[in-house]
Design a protein around this ligand. Structure first.
Ligand code: DX5
Ligand code: ZN
Length: 235
């Protein structure tokens, strides 16, 4: 199936908990992926940081390619990097299915989003907590997904920023059903239900999964909380 369709199929059965692989044990990557797959997740969220757009550095194309080699799950690549346009082709070649760039990192989102679609991936646009929804709404026709950050990007384990909820509701109201909404940062058993209720389809969780021994237990619990509350954003 064309890679962009991974997102369409994820949305059909939304909501989904996506593990942020940032906090996994990289020395045992194959085992970590097997364990998280066995926990029933439907896609992996990969956090790429460049030490420039965000004050932290993680991994790049080789690790995305390494993950691609050991799983058939869709790879949701979150680029927290400056000049993302320079890297779209390479992340697509590494095996990304969804590529998300930050609106704060680019002057003109539309050519970058078009480039992501041209390489066959689903195109996502992310916004940080201080960035207003009006920064992304003019570009909705060029997006397959909007990623609402509920922490300042850079580190796992931060507290959830409630401003994300209103943004999810506003985005669902103006985008209707045609765009997937994702939320990332501080999503855990206390915050996941309100995110799903506000309209998030994809709920990224890092520490709420990887800080526990039993991934299946954590994923199942988060998934149940999200499913019980998933809505269209209306109050
Ligand atoms: C933040 C990353 C997130 C984050 C999630 O910069 O984009 O994906 O690591 O981790 P938790 O769930 O621990 O906030
Ligand atoms: Zn992320």
């Amino acid at each position: 199936m064309p890679r962009a369709e991974s997102l369409t199929s994820l949305r059909r059965s939304a909501p989904h908990v996506l593990p942020s692989m940032l906090l996994c044990d990289f020395a045992n990557l194959r085992h970590e992926i097997e364990a998280i797959e066995a926990a029933g997740v439907k896609a992996l969220h990969l956090d790429v940081m460049d030490g420039h757009f965000v004050p932290n550095l993680t991994y790049g194309m080789p690790l995305v390619a390494a993950m691609r080699a050991v799983t058939d799950l869709p790879l949701d690549v979150h680029l927290m990097i400056s000049n993302p346009a320079d890297y779209i082709v390479r992340y697509a070649e590494a095996g990304a299915d969804i590529i998300t760039v930050h609106v704060e990192a680019i002057d003109a989102p539309e050519p970058v989003l078009a480039q992501i679609r041209e390489v066959g991936c689903a195109a996502g646009l992310a916004l940080n907590p201080p960035t207003p929804v009006s920064a992304v709404t003019p570009h909705l026709d060029h997006c397959d997904l909007i990623l609402v950050m509920s922490v300042m990007p850079g580190f796992g384990g931060q507290a959830f920023d409630e401003r994300a909820l209103d943004k999810l509701r506003q985005l669902r109201a103006c985008a209707g059903d045609r765009i997937a909404l994702e939320v990332d940062g501080g999503v855990n058993a206390d915050t996941i239900a309100v995110c799903a209720e506000a309209g998030a389809d994809l709920l990224v969780a890092g520490s709420a999964i990887f800080n526990h021994e039993d991934y299946s237990h954590s994923v199942t619990k988060l998934d149940q909380l999200a499913r019980a509350s998933h809505g269209d954003g209306s109050e």
